[in-house]
Design a protein. Structure first.
Lengths: 195, 115
């Protein structure tokens, strides 16, 4: 036996001996094999992603069915461009707030899975992850459209502060709402000019 | 889907092409489009006739029932990714340089022809 192998074998034996005389192996919680931990992390990840997907569906449906009266927004006398910027940003912000808990939890579980998988195997398997219905990547779940999100936020923050403050006090814009229906009151949709 | 537009002779602007590139980059959608049997204009636009990097082409004709096929195609990808496609389309509708037919197109992609 190679000397290094001998040392490793000895260390393994020593590690198996209970540290204290009054501590037996049956008293300590088991150290489960890494493979089992990877499998648990995979299950957690897939159920969290499934829950996130369902939550997104709920928030999308809520947005479609929630019609906001335009009166309060009309009072702010926003220009058409300001209206577009504000409603675009607030619409997705409300949707993100609706889904964030589930999507964030899924993102954390993906990161945990990748960490334990790396510890167990020395590498991460290529994505996507596959469940019974869909395929996912970590990027799909956590961070789909950063350029659009940040651009929308920057445009919104450049709007007049008083108008923003007024918009942000409107409770109906804090939950997902039907942005197309609301926009139609201020900016005619395509095709409506020549019915 | 009753308000889906029929669009004839659609060409895309530079901005619209960038939005299409962003949607094509959604790998989950690309995988679904690659195995979609019904080859409609929308599948070709977002999947690429000859693969994701193939030229977009000009003069697209989109029939009303193409949108229904598109909705079914989208149903095969996770809602999380569907929402990203919607957001890209809505962004292009709202802030892209497109007008006329192209605006009709992005409006329909963004709101599934519902309004």
């Amino acid at each position: 036996m190679h000397p290094v192998q001998t040392v490793v074998a000895l260390l393994t034996l020593i590690a198996a001996i209970p540290l204290a005389a009054n501590e037996s192996a049956t008293d300590a919680p088991p150290r489960n094999p890494l493979g089992q931990l990877v499998e648990l992390a995979r299950q957690n990840m897939m159920s969290a992603v499934d829950a996130a997907n369902k939550r997104v569906g709920y928030c999308v449906d809520l947005g479609k069915s929630t019609v906001v009266k335009p009166d309060a927004i009309a009072k702010l006398k926003l220009t058409p461009v300001e209206t577009k910027i504000a409603l675009f940003y607030l619409h997705f912000k409300a949707k993100d707030a609706c889904t964030a808990g589930a999507v964030n939890a899924a993102t954390v579980d993906i990161i945990k899975f990748k960490a334990i998988e790396l510890e167990a195997n020395g590498r991460n398997d290529p994505e996507p992850f596959t469940d019974s219905k869909f395929q996912y990547t970590a990027e799909d779940v956590c961070c789909g459209t950063p350029r659009i999100d940040l651009n929308a936020e920057l445009n919104y923050k450049r709007l007049n502060a008083e108008k923003r403050a007024a918009l942000e006090t409107l409770p109906e814009l804090k939950k997902p709402f039907n942005v197309f229906d609301l926009l139609n009151h201020f900016i005619p949709p395509p095709g409506s000019e020549n019915p | 889907m009753s308000k889906c537009p029929e669009i004839k002779g659609l060409d895309f602007s530079v901005s619209g092409r960038q939005a299409i590139e962003a949607i094509r980059a959604k790998q989950r959608l690309a995988n679904v489009l690659a195995v979609t049997l019904a080859v409609t204009p929308l599948v070709e636009i977002f999947g690429g006739k000859g693969g994701l990097h193939s030229p977009l082409g000009i003069g697209w004709n989109i029939a009303k029932n193409d949108w229904e096929q598109w909705a079914q195609t989208l149903g095969a990808i996770p809602l999380i990714v569907q929402e990203q496609v919607v957001k890209i389309a809505f962004d292009e509708y709202q802030f892209g340089s497109s007008s006329g037919k192209e605006r009709d197109f992005w409006f329909a992609v963004a709101n599934s022809c519902e309004r």
